[in-house]
Design a protein around this ligand. Structure first.
Ligand SMILES: Nc1nc2c(c(=O)[nH]1)N[C@H]1C(S)=C(S)[C@@H](COP(=O)(O)O)O[C@H]1N2
Ligand SMILES: [Mo]
Length: 384
């Protein structure tokens, strides 16, 4: 019977697909809890969150994306020391216990990789071809960076603090070192986090101490922080220059940009994307809830607009109550399709500074800060 045959074939196919995916994750992901992630690289791990994992305000640690350039270090809690040096009156070596004794603050902040959604740039650019999921929102807890700097008697007129983590350079990849302007370092929301969503920071997310730079792209959020050096110049290593820089003025797509026309990325654009339904999914004619997230770096999300007709008409989506700087807002829109067929669904966010998501993202040679209006296609089926 054809029906049985197709059912069997379908079972067989999904069975095969499932087994292959399972075998792959089993082989490559030995990180507890991270089995459902999309694997871009396995050594070191670069893992993307599936869209189904981005429909909650807090992203669980097990579903949080991972990006690292170097083999992941394992830091021994007892032996851990945080060194403070450079332009400080009292060079310090702090233990975890010292950091735990300081006043602890908790805040929600969205962490997004600078290269998130790089895979959408045309012409294509080299680098991890992230989809939408190199992003997550978590609650981070720990002392303020400013309190730690003041403990060491840091010269607060110095212009930078430079952070090194326990990971070290290998082969052609240099050590991961980042500098943060003193102004942002002294911001009360900039933390040395000891906890992520109420638990000790997981190894893969920077145990035991990671820098939280709310509203700025993920590159500054140094993991496994072991030293902070106060200085009047930024570090000049690879991860400050030439990496993670953005054109000072827009360049033509596909055209190289002179390094002197690039600058360090500070802050993030206004963004939104659709998490459900997913691109090319079939949805019923009855009713569909379109969902997604929106965020705006140091600003707040003011509105999200949805178009279900390719951008002719726009309607306002419902926003979750959290109107905060640094953290994303979830949004939803109840859609009653007029009839069956193929629809282009778009989402566009507006923030408290009046920034609006553009139709076209600013192309740049490294594929950073993709921020165009999101677009997916869905098939509305009568019987679905
Ligand atoms: N020490 C160290 N910190 C790091 C990195 C790294 O490679 N080494 N990668 C950065 C980048 S580019 C991003 S996007 C975030 C990713 O954080 P996550 O893996 O916890 O999601 O960590 C940042 N901090
Ligand atoms: Mo990143």
């Amino acid at each position: 019977m054809p029906e049985t045959l197709s059912a069997t074939r379908r079972q067989l196919l999904t069975g095969l697909v499932a087994t292959a995916a399972f075998a792959q994750t089993q082989e490559t992901i030995s990180i507890p809890g991270k089995q459902s992630m999309l694997v871009h690289n396995d050594r070191p791990e670069d893992l993307e969150t599936p869209l189904s994992g981005l429909n909650t305000w807090i992203t669980p640690n097990d579903l949080f994306f991972v990006r690292q350039h170097l083999p992941r270090p394992r830091v021994n809690e007892g032996q851990y020391r945080l060194t403070l040096d450079g332009k400080v009156n009292r060079p310090l070596q702090l233990t975890l216990a010292d950091l735990r004794k300081l006043p602890q603050y908790t805040l929600a902040a969205t962490l997004e990789c600078t290269g998130n959604a790089r895979g959408f740039f045309r012409p294509r650019v080299p680098g991890i071809q992230w989809g939408r999921g190199a992003i997550g929102n978590a609650e981070w807890s720990g002392p303020r960076l400013s309190d730690v700097l003041k403990m060491a008697g840091a010269n607060l007129d110095s212009t930078y603090a430079t952070f090194n983590g326990a990971d070290v350079g290998v082969a052609k990849t240099p050590d991961f070192i980042r500098s943060l302007p003193m102004k942002k370092s002294l911001h009360p929301a900039t933390l040395l986090a000891l906890k992520m969503n109420g638990e000790a920071i997981p190894d893969i997310h920077g145990f035991p101490v990671r820098l939280i730079v709310p509203g700025w792209d993920g590159t500054s959020w140094v993991k496994w922080v072991t030293s902070i050096t106060v200085a009047d110049e930024p570090n000049t290593g690879f991860f400050m220059d030439p990496a993670y820089r953005f054109p000072k003025h827009p360049g033509a797509p596909g055209v190289a940009i002179d390094p002197s026309d690039l600058e360090v990325i500070e802050g993030m654009p206004v963004k939104s994307f659709i998490t459900s339904p997913t691109d090319q999914e079939s949805v019923p004619l009855s009713k569909t809830t379109i969902r997604g997230v929106a965020w705006a770096g140091e600003e707040k999300i003011e509105a999200v607009h949805i178009s279900t007709d390719g951008g002719s008409r726009w309607e306002e989506a419902q926003l979750s109550p959290q109107k905060l700087a640094f953290a994303w807002r979830l949004w939803s829109y109840e859609w009653q399709p007029p009839k069956q067929g193929y629809y282009n669904l778009l989402s566009r966010s507006t923030d408290s500074a009046g920034r609006v998501q553009p139709v076209v993202a600013a192309w740049n040679p490294s594929g950073y800060l993709y921020s165009a209006i999101d677009k997916i296609g869905v098939v509305v089926e009568k019987g679905a």
